[in-house]
Write a protein that binds this ligand. Structure first.
Ligand code: ACO
Ligand code: ZN
Length: 432
């Protein structure tokens, strides 16, 4: 059984390293003594939605949370509420229902106008500040405007489906996904791992598996290398599969709108194949025609397969398709925190490997032609690594081998390789 979430948070969620309520030495009164905030006393319980309080997390330490929602538990004792909390230091995928006893009631603060204030401040930040926050806090919503952000957060504030079963994995979900209303009462869904139909009960899935004749995604196998295969699925030809995939993917993608209009997309499904069939590891979607030169709309590696290099494989694959089309490409924005980390790692590795060979005698345009990476992304990547200098009003790339090696080391592992000789594909053409 696979599960996830914990490792993610430990790696990127706790970087700010907040002290626990027990050991930070700050009294509740002092903590609440901020402008515009009123202290709620323990007698005002159960806690109101919007309250800020310290909460014991799975690492055993206390972290600041905001109460998003509350509900009564089965018993009707006064303290028998559960609270849906957002850990303000962490990404929303770690929001969860917690029991009353996890909360440190001495630390309760009630915010009056914080929501408006917080967002207004964040929207006034400069790009540089945003980038800094993105690097440390990795929240991933900086490119949405205030109104869309509020609407998005209100509508998706509480996760609906808590776990899914898919093939041999039971997977905890990360975010809300707008399943049809008849699934409103479900906390767990059972997916057929091949056609991606989802069901409310295990017995339904078992019955389905007896008659489902798919053993791999519908569509064409366009790549096979050892046990790895890629399938191209046309959303117009396989509408239900495309929609099922979007519902599933949304459970792990926060800020992507669910496209009902799957006709306009191609889906590239990465599978690990064995004698039982081709098991989905991850996928990316791509618009058939993108005016903004997007070569990838959404990318996902299913949690049990994450951090094994599949994400960078999918990214590399999307650029190989762009090369075959003779175009440069870029992923659709906004990128999530994990999306940004993966893309930065990929871009750094690809560009620096080339720079090592060519020294500095290469232009951004040439790099872009060789890699199909959009010039702006190249410039940003190299600027972030401090490898761009201005000489006589022009960009010059610094390619000191020692500096390049240092950055390459920091860029993490390379990911699984795409062997282009095994890709059999022609760019999409409208038929009829
Ligand atoms: N903590 C810290 N760094 C991480 C983590 C993590 N939990 N996960 C990935 N990274 C970074 C690392 O730098 C990693 O490289 P490394 O392992 O060599 O250090 C790099 O990202 C990518 O690693 P891969 O193993 O190649 O990628 P993975 O298979 O884990 O997939 C992906 C990355 C697709 C972004 C995955 O995290 C995911 O599906 N996330 C949820 C959906 C999502 O956010 N998608 C991107 C949205 S943006 C868009 O769709 C355009
Ligand atoms: Zn099926």
């Amino acid at each position: 059984m696979g599960s996830m979430g914990g490792s993610t948070a430990e790696n990127i969620g706790t970087e700010n390293g907040h002290a626990s309520a027990a050991d930070d030495g700050v009294s509740a009164a002092a903590r609440a003594d901020h402008k515009g905030k009123a202290v709620a006393t323990a007698s005002a319980l159960p806690l109101e939605v919007g309250a800020r309080v310290m909460c014991r997390w799975r690492d055993g330490k206390y972290h600041p949370v905001k109460v998003i929602e509350r509900r009564r538990t089965q018993t009707s004792e006064p303290g028998d509420y559960e609270f849906y909390v957002h850990y303000t230091e962490f990404n929303r995928r770690l929001d969860e229902w917690v029991k009353f006893e996890h909360l440190d009631l001495d630390s309760v603060e009630m915010d009056v106008d914080e929501k408006v204030e917080d967002k207004a401040t964040s929207l006034k930040m400069t790009r540089h500040q945003k980038r800094k926050i993105d690097e440390t806090h990795v929240e991933g919503h900086e490119e949405l405007d205030a109104a869309s952000l509020r609407e998005h957060e209100e509508f998706t504030k509480v996760k609906n489906i808590a776990t899914i079963e898919l093939g041999r994995y039971e997977i905890e979900t990360w975010y809300f996904s707008p399943f049809p209303p008849e699934y409103n009462d479900c906390v767990k869904l059972y997916f057929c791992e091949f056609c991606l139909n989802f069901m409310k009960r295990k017995e339904q899935l078992q019955r389905h598996m007896k008659k489902c004749d798919l053993k791999h995604p519908p569509g064409d196998e366009i790549y096979r290398n050892g046990t790895l295969s890629m399938f191209e699925v046309d959303g117009k030809k396989n509408k239900v599969y495309g929609q099922n995939l979007c519902y599933l993917a949304k459970l792990f993608l926060d800020h992507k709108t669910l496209y009902y209009d799957v006709d306009l997309f191609l889906f590239y499904i990465l599978c690990e194949c064995d004698d039982r069939g081709c098991h989905m590891v991850g996928y990316f979607s791509k618009e058939k025609h993108s005016e903004e030169s997007y070569n990838l709309a959404c990318i996902l590696t299913l949690p049990p397969y994450q951090r094994k290099g599949y994400g960078k494989f999918l990214i590399a694959f999307s650029y190989e398709l762009s090369k075959k089309e003779g175009k440069v490409g870029t992923p659709e924005r906004p990128l999530s925190d994990l999306g940004m980390l993966s893309y930065r790692g990929y871009w750094t590795r690809v560009l620096l490997e080339i720079l090592k060979k060519h020294k500095s005698n290469i232009s951004i345009k040439e790099l872009s032609d060789m890699t199909a990476i959009r010039a702006e992304d190249i410039l940003n990547t190299l600027q972030n690594l401090d490898l761009i200098q201005y000489r006589k009003g022009q960009h010059a790339i610094c390619a000191d081998p020692k500096v390049l090696d240092r950055h390459l080391k920091a860029a993490g592992r390379g990911g699984l390789d795409v062997d282009v000789t095994k890709l059999i594909w022609t760019p999409y053409k409208e038929q009829g």
